[in-house]
Design a binder for this molecule. Structure first.
Ligand code: SF4
Length: 250
């Protein structure tokens, strides 16, 4: 598929996903730290729970500011995350504390805005050295802080983009990234990332994707391939389940 066609297809898919899941899944918060913490919680938990958890951390009756969150106990943090039904709260609480501590030690503050004053190379090195962050979260931070427009490459992006057919799944990783980046053109990579994460959590799940309910199924290579296979199997008289026809044969 020509790059222009692929870009058009991706644009349509992103608009459909945004309508389906609403703009609530996009990056949100008054400052960079709030936006990043929201993203961190949202990655594996429902968006409403992520919003509530961030709100709890910002509640002045609990913590005066992010610096107080940093010096709170792991148990306190874990309880807040659990109360807001954040997945893996026991793992996330110490990682969030370590993250805030590392930022504080480098910037003398927990506010990520001051990162913008750093030289780009130094800031990139610092972000990559932060403990407890997967590579896609580092890419997310580099993009969020405006140093580079990277597309965070995580398991949801790999799975959703590959199934839809936005890149050649047999190509080496740098090629796959390049192909998806080319299709995205100048659009915001974090918008794509949030929408693919939500789609990957809710619909295009690793096991048993919910294709019949998928809003982008008509643009999905995996779905269309399965449909063709099922049709062929039906024509040959062998058993096959069509993604477009689940009625039992009488
Ligand atoms: S149709 Fe199925 S495989 Fe394709 S994007 Fe939707 S859920 Fe994923």
């Amino acid at each position: 598929m020509a790059i222009r066609e692929k870009a058009k297809k991706l644009d349509k898919i992103l608009s459909t996903l945004e309508r389906t899941y609403s703009r609530a899944v996009l990056s949100e918060g008054k400052n960079l730290l709030e936006r990043f913490v929201f993203y961190w919680f949202f990655y594996a938990s429902p968006v409403t729970n992520a919003k509530k958890a961030v709100k709890s951390l910002l509640d002045e009756e609990e913590f005066a500011d992010w610096n107080e969150v940093r010096v709170s106990t792991q148990r306190e943090l874990q309880e807040i995350l659990e109360a807001n039904r954040i997945e893996d709260a026991s793992d996330l609480a110490p990682r969030l504390k370590t993250f805030l501590q590392s930022v504080f030690e480098e910037l003398d503050d927990t506010d990520l805005e001051s990162l913008k004053e750093m030289k780009p190379d130094k800031a990139r090195r610092f972000l990559a050295s932060l403990p407890g962050l997967p590579p896609w979260a580092v890419a997310y931070l580099v993009t969020l802080t405006g140093f580079e427009a990277l597309l965070p490459w995580d398991p949801h992006t790999e799975r959703v983009g590959g199934r839809i057919g936005l890149f050649d799944t047999g190509a080496p990783l740098p090629q796959r990234k390049k192909q998806l980046r080319a299709a995205l053109q100048d659009e915001d990579p974090l918008r794509l990332h949030h929408l693919f994460v939500e789609h990957g959590k809710k619909t295009c799940t690793d096991v048993d994707p919910k294709c019949p309910k998928c809003p982008v199924s008509q643009d999905c290579a995996y779905y269309l391939r399965r449909g063709r296979r099922a049709k062929k199997a039906a024509t040959n008289g062998t058993n096959g389940s069509s993604p477009t026809n689940n009625k039992k044969k009488r």
